[in-house]
Design a protein around this ligand. Structure first.
Ligand SMILES: [Zn+2]
Length: 219
């Protein structure tokens, strides 16, 4: 692991002392003593400042998107088409409120992907966070990323329910994407759960059951 990964791992530990970063803690504990907290945060801010900006049309997309959390990823390719929206949960062991920043660090340094795989994340309070810039191919549904946008709701919906605020924001986001890409969201296979295309429980039974509500209300 190079120095940059060490620093970011340590920053992750400082900011997100969760079970998701248990491995990062093990990997970084020896190098952690060699750097200051300020150095670790400065490195993270450098990445944030150089983040790519996604193309978001404020006329059609929800106002609640937090555009300050746009996260830089490496080696991205422009998505060839946008025909589907694939809905996920974060699926943490405990039902908790994972942030886009945490998912970014997890995907980049634990999964060793280019960066956060989702294009949007929806927090438990309904805040929509921008993840991977929307115009690029995501990394959220194996074999199904080239024509889809990935939205993850924070939580584990096998064991808990999504919040009303999360569903309300999902409806708004799907409505915005429908307008932007002229998606026939009422047709089969356009707004789907991750489990529809891969062998996974994602997005959890309790969210999957609400996708019809989302399709019917995102108008
Ligand atoms: Zn998923």
């Amino acid at each position: 692991m190079n120095r940059r990964n060490f620093i970011l791992g340590a920053a992750a530990v400082l900011m997100f002392p969760s079970e998701a970063f248990a491995k990062t803690i093990v990997r970084t504990e020896r190098s952690f003593a060699k750097m200051t907290v300020e150095e670790a945060f400065k490195d993270l801010e450098t990445i944030r400042d150089s983040a790519l900006k996604p193309e978001i049309n404020p006329a059609t997309m929800p106002e609640v998107i937090d555009r300050d959390l746009i996260l830089m990823t490496d080696d991205m390719t422009l998505r060839e088409a946008t025909k589907r929206i694939i809905v996920h949960h974060t699926g943490t062991v405990k039902d908790r409120d994972m942030s886009a920043r945490e998912a970014h660090l997890l995907h980049k340094y634990e999964c060793e992907w280019a960066g956060i795989g989702y294009h949007y994340m929806i927090r438990k309070n309904g805040l929509i966070e921008a993840g991977r810039p929307e115009q690029f191919t995501g990394a959220h549904a194996y074999g199904n990323n080239k024509d889809s946008i990935g939205i993850a709701l924070s939580g584990n919906f096998e064991i808990a329910d999504p919040t009303d605020a999360q569903i309300e924001s999902l409806v708004k986001l799907v409505a915005g994407l429908k307008s932007k890409y002229s998606l026939p969201i009422w047709e089969k296979g356009v707004v789907i759960g991750h489990r529809d295309v891969n062998d996974t429980k994602c997005p959890g039974e309790n969210l999957y059951d609400m996708l019809n509500y989302v399709r019917n209300n995102a108008i």
